[in-house]
Each structure stands twice: as C-alpha cells, then as structure tokens.
Design a protein around this ligand. Structure first.
Ligand code: GLA
Length: 721
C-alpha cells in the first residue's frame, strides 16, 4: 500500500513486512526516514532526530528548517551541494559545472508498474509511486519510481533522468537507486566467481569508506553477479536483518555500500560509470535499469525465497515458469566439435530409448566451424560436416519422438567468417582489435546488425521447426566503441549494446513463442535477472562436476530460483575437474535445477541406463517442487563437510531433501540433519526411510545422516502422512 500524508509531507510504502517512509523536508529535499519493519502512519515523532541541523546547508537556507546534506538520508544522492558521499547521479552542463540540488516537484501514485523503454523489468505489480525532482541549478529532472507487489517484500526502483532545457547535458553517472540506511553496522554479501566457479558467496564486514562490486566487461559476468546483500552482524541463514539489491540488468554494473562518518550506509548502484557518459539533448531522457530491493528479518534464507518468488512471479517468461521443462541431452561434452550425422542420430536413438525429450545440437553445426577459430556469424548449416544438412537429423529426432534444439552465439563474429569478409566494420572496436576465444563482438548497438542476426536465426528456427535455443555469449567486451556512434555518445556504447541484445531476445521470443530459450555465457557468465526476463533458464556453469555444482548452485540460489538453473548430468572422470562422483549423486544434484544430460549416452553401462530412466522419472515427480517450492539451505558446503537443502511445497505438504557427504569420515559418530521449512504440526512420511514424524520433530530432532562414501548423496521425499 502507498499513502501520501499531506499534513506531514510523508510517503508511506508498505510491503508484506517492511515499511519505507520518505519525507519531503521543508527545503524540498526528498529524504529517507525509514526502511525497515512495519511502522504506523501517525507516529512520526519516532523520526524527529533526522531533522537536526549540522552543517552544509544551501546559503541562504531554503527555509528556516536547517538541514545538512552532509548527513541526511537521501533518496537519490546529489553532487556538489554538501553531500560528500558518492552521488547517485552527476549532471554535467555545457559549461562544465556539475553541482545539482534536487527538490521535490510533484508525485503521482498509480496502479500497476512503469514500462522501462526496452529494458526488462517487473511485468506487473500492485502500485507505483512516481516522484519527480527538479534541479534548482539546471534543467534536469529526475523521476524516481517505486513499485510494490502483492504479498512481497520486494520493492522495484529505478530513476529516469530528463533534460527539460534546450542545451545538451551529460550524465557521467546515473544510478538506478539509492538507499541510505541510518544504522549501518552491516556485513556485505556478494556472489563472486570466475569461469567454472560462478557465484561463490563471500561475506565481508563493512568498514568506513566504500565497498563495491562491479563488472566492466559489458556483461554481468562470471566474476561478480549484480547482487549485493547487507546482513546485520547477527544475521545468518535463518535469522536477522537482510537487505538485498538485485539488478534486472545484464551489462556492466556497479553496486556499492558506503559507510559514512555517522556510520550510516548508502547502498546504491546500477550501470557501472566506468567509461559511461550519456548525452541528453533537450527533451531527451535516460531510463536506468530496474533494481529489486528486498528486506527481510529471516536471514539470507528468507531473502532468497523472496527473490525466488519475485522472479518467478514478475520477471521470468510467464508461459514457462511453471510448465514442465524439456529434459535434454546436449552433445557438447559428448562430442565437442567432432560430430556428424551418424553420431547425432545415434545419440538421438539412445535419448529416445531412455526417455529424454530433446536433443540439443551445440556449437559447430554452422559455417565452417570445426573448432573455435572460425564461423561465428555464418548461421547457415555446415553441409560439409552434416551431409544432407540438418533436415535428416531433425526428421530422425521427430521419428523417435524427440524435439530438436540448436546452439547459437548471436552476438559474435569470427574474423574467419563469410560475414566478416563482407562486413568487417560490423565488429565493434577499431583494428587492431582484441580477440577473446578467437572471436570478435558484433556491434549490437546498430539496428541493421540486430535485424540481420534476427533474420538469420528466424530463418533457421522456422525452417527446421527448432523447439529449443541455447543462446551463448562466450567473450567479454574490451573495446567499447561503435563506428556509427558520434564521439560524444561513445560513453553510451555498453548500455546501448545490451539494449540491442534485449531487443533481439525480445523479437525472437515474441516471434517464436513455442521455442524454449536457454541462456548461456561461457557457462553462467550472464546469469542475471535481465536475461531471465527472456530466458526461463540459464546454463549455470561450464563446470558440471557434481561437487563443484553443489557450491555453484548454493550461491546461485541466494537470489535466483532453482528452476532458473540449467543442470546436466555429465560423464566421469569429470571433464573440468577430473573428479569421479557417483552417478546417483550427479543425478541428485542436477535434479535441483532444470534437469538434463551432457554425455555420450551410447557409452553408458546397462546399470547407468537404468539409472537414467529412474532419474528422469524422479525428476518429473520433484519438478513441481523445483519450479514452485521454497528452498531451505540446511548444510553449507563452504563451511563443513556436508551439503544439504530442502525444497518444500508452498502448502507444506511435500518436500524433497537432498544432501551430500563431501568426504567420507572414518569412525565417524552419528550426525543429524535438522530439516527446515516444514509445518511443525503436520506429520510427514519420509518415504526412503519408511518413517513418519511430526514436522517439529523432523526440524528439531532431525534425521540421522546416512553413512556415505566421498561425494555420496541421499535424497528423501517427504509427504504429508
Ligand atoms: C560455452 C558454453 C558451453 C558450450 C560451448 C560451445 O562454453 O558454456 O556449454 O556451448 O560454449 O562452444
């Protein structure tokens, strides 16, 4: 609920369990009085202390109410008027002056959510508060959007900056949101990583000064996810205050938490301002990406469940969120580039026998591509490699009752490609350019290039009745330069690039609503809420080792739903680590996401084939939980010798518990797994143990951990008895 109180000039935004109170102070500044648990609307004296005068007020003061920008909790930090913390926006005028003083100019409250001009954002919502601020010192205007959602502790925010004058202005910085938290004393939690080890949680105490996480790679990146949480010192998995910021954005980003002289913390961010500089001609506006802020008092676990519900309810493509996902076999780890029609048809035969429903043909089916040095951009079937083209393979799949999927890397171009020979200027940057994985990047800021890629992909998808696309992106951007942009707009390149990617994804998913799209970026290098708006799932990591996946999936679940994580059973010794884990373990861990296979099915033993059939049947049974249930993280694989999670249905009538013993321990004593998230009063049958107990017993006394070998897994299915 959003309320504006005219008597006090306060806005009250009430979520499921939080309240946000904003105040237009007598000078006209928009300040933050409260972001925390619920508060009443008549109890404003509780916030009186925020109006104490200190120093650095405009001279002469705008009113006799003294106010200091140096310490005030601002809704959007300005620059050059006495707020010495990092500003949220910098407005640069033609004469080079950059100070701005934003005052409240009006507001409106309306049902629903704003559209953000080509940026992915919440598809629907309950109501939105739109506050307009005007710069006393320039012609800039800022619109701050705050949207609330039914039964949710997420608040969606962004800022729109407008130039109401005639002369151009420049924005060397334009963040999406700013949240000044008065008390401070938090730890920051980020998801850092690298290729094959994405989204590893890291908790760092905040000291004075700024802590920030960012990507300057033109993609949200493997190295840092666009997510930052602040946890009170006493907060853990299940308890304590957690404030999260998750960007619905896939490009270079920055999120920072700055502890001020008073100990307050300014959490803010959006587009990374490294290399960024947007130009606004008179009448133009710049729309910043949406940030999803969330506050809970149930620790990082509750924060994760709030984000999972939110992404499923408001961001992911609605038609696919709860629909059964295709169980695929992908040929990448089975063949890499070394395949032909016979090998693929044999893989399809085995897949059909085992109950797999889709064959996904990965990299190497197009252009002249037998390794990663050539062919990107030439989205024509390589008939030399696949005699007779794709049609016989697709037909063969169809005869066997299988669907067919294809890999694309739409944003890329190889120097050794027909496309590059005709259009060398379509690559971004200036020669000599940096290659990454031997490839260059297409200039997705240019409409004719996006149109070309669309028409090539649309031709292939339509011609072969493709039902699944794996959209990859295997290198980061080094030269942020487009030959078509004027010099004073090159600072917009990175953002325009990602807008081009979004427009292509939007057009393709709308033109082919029956095609299931999976995102990928050298594994999980662009696993973010922006991409999940178009693609219901994302390839979680190129590391398919079950133990590594336990860690990667654990971290990913901090702010993304399980069903967004694409997870495959692969061969052992594992191709990334050389490690051998039990086949059962690989299935159990992959079943905690969108499930599939990535190995040579022809090389399976009879026992493994039987296991595949059983795994698929088990996955189909637990799929509704993976798609819609609540995740409870029980044993942290980063902290101990065990991993365990429970996924509980919303009505708490079913649950699945999956655990792993990382290393076997000789002469170990008994350990218990205390379950979480059950209904204390309900009785549950633990099917595998043939044992029934009340929810509170299972949560407080727990269940004995089975004795298991290295990387051994257990799976328990609980049903209300
Ligand atoms: C990336 C993907 C892999 C595979 C290869 C193909 O690394 O993450 O799954 O598709 O590209 O080149």
């Amino acid at each position: 609920m959003i309320v504006f109180d005219r008597k006090t000039n306060c806005f009250f935004l009430h979520g499921k369990s939080f309240s946000c109170v904003l105040w237009i102070d007598p000078n006209g500044y928009l300040t933050d009085l409260h972001f925390g648990g619920r508060v009443g609307e008549d109890d404003l004296r509780a916030f009186d202390m925020r109006t104490r005068p200190v120093s650095f007020a405009p001279t002469p003061p705008d009113s006799d109410h003294w106010f200091s920008l140096d310490i005030a909790a601002q809704e959007y930090g300005s620059y050059g008027q006495g707020d010495f913390r990092a500003p949220s926006v910098i407005i640069e005028r033609q004469d080079g002056s950059r100070a701005s003083r934003f005052h409240y100019a009006g507001h409106r409250i309306y049902a629903g959510v704003p559209a953000l001009g080509g940026l992915p954002c919440a598809r629907k919502g309950k109501e939105t508060l739109e506050i307009t601020l005007r710069d006393v010192l320039s012609d800039a205007e800022i619109v701050l959007n705050y949207s609330l959602f039914e039964d949710s502790d997420v608040i969606a925010r962004n800022a729109v900056i407008r130039n109401r004058g005639k002369d151009p202005i420049f924005l060397p910085r334009a963040y999406s949101f700013c949240l000044d938290l008065e008390e401070g004393g938090y730890d920051a939690v980020c998801l850092q990583g690298r290729h094959c080890a994405e989204r590893m949680p890291e908790r760092t105490p905040l000291g004075h000064g700024a802590y920030s996480v960012s990507s300057s790679r033109g993609a949200s990146s493997h190295q840092m996810n666009p997510f930052l949480a602040l946890l009170s010192k006493d907060a853990d998995e299940d308890r304590g205050e957690a404030v999260g910021a998750l960007l619905v954005y896939s490009g270079s980003f920055l999120l920072s938490a700055e502890t001020s002289q008073t100990g307050s913390v300014r959490l803010q961010g959006g587009i990374n301002d490294l290399g960024f500089r947007a130009k606004l001609e008179g009448g133009e506006e710049f729309i910043t990406p949406q940030a999803l802020l969330c506050r809970t008092e149930g620790g990082i676990g509750q924060l994760s469940r709030e984000y999972a519900d939110f992404l499923r309810g408001y961001i992911l493509p609605p038609a696919y969120v709860h629909a059964p996902r295709p169980v695929v076999v992908n040929n990448w780890e089975a063949t890499y580039f070394d395949f032909n029609r016979e090998k693929l048809c044999a893989l399809a035969d085995r897949a059909a026998e085992l109950g797999i429903d889709t064959l996904v043909l990965d990299d190497g089916w197009f252009g002249k591509r037998n390794d990663d040095t050539s062919g990107l951009g030439d989205w024509f079937v390589n008939e030399k490699k696949l005699s007779g083209g794709l049609a016989p393979i697709v037909d063969h799949c169809r005869e066997k009752g299988l669907k067919f999927g294809l890999w694309f890397e739409p944003e890329m171009i190889s120097e050794d490609s027909d496309l590059y020979r005709v259009h060398p200027d379509w690559a971004i940057g200036k020669a000599p350019r940096c290659t990454g994985r031997n490839q260059l990047v297409l200039d997705m800021t240019r409409k004719e290039i996006v149109d070309h890629v669309f028409s090539r992909m649309a031709d292939i998808l339509g011609r072969y009745g493709v039902s699944y696309v794996k959209w990859d992106m295997n290198r980061h951007i080094t030269e942020f330069f487009s030959a078509e942009l004027p010099a004073d707009r090159q600072g917009e390149f990175a953002h325009r690039y990602i807008l081009g990617v979004y427009s292509l994804a939007d057009r393709l998913t709308k033109a082919f609503p029956q095609v299931f799209f999976e995102g990928c970026s050298g594994g999980g290098g662009r696993f973010d809420a922006g991409m999940l708006y178009y693609f219901p799932q994302f390839w979680t990591s190129d590391d398919t080792d079950a133990f590594e996946r336990v860690k990667i999936q654990w971290g990913t679940s901090y702010c993304y739903p399980l069903s967004a994580m694409s997870c495959h059973v692969s061969v052992c010794p594992n191709h990334q680590t050389g490690r051998t884990t039990p086949f059962f373990t690989r299935g159990a861990i992959a079943s905690l996401g969108a499930f599939g296979y990535e190995l040579d099915l022809g090389a399976l033993t009879e026992e493994e084939k039987a296991a595949v059939r059983a795994q698929i049947a088990a996955y189909r049974e637990s799929e509704p939980l993976v798609q819609s249930g609540d995740l409870y993280r029980i044993s942290d694989p980063f902290k101990g010798n065990r991993f365990c999670v429970a996924v509980v249905s919303k009505e708490k009538s079913r649950a699945i518990v999956v655990g792993m013993q990382i290393h076997a321990v000789p002469a170990d004593t008994d350990h218990r797994i205390r379950l979480k998230g059950l209904d204390a009063g309900k009785r549950y049958l633990v099917e595998e143990l043939g044992y029934a107990a009340r929810g509170d017993t299972l949560m407080n006394a727990g269940l004995l951990l089975p004795r298991l070998p290295d990387f051994g897994c257990f799976v328990w299915h609980l049903k209300e008895a």
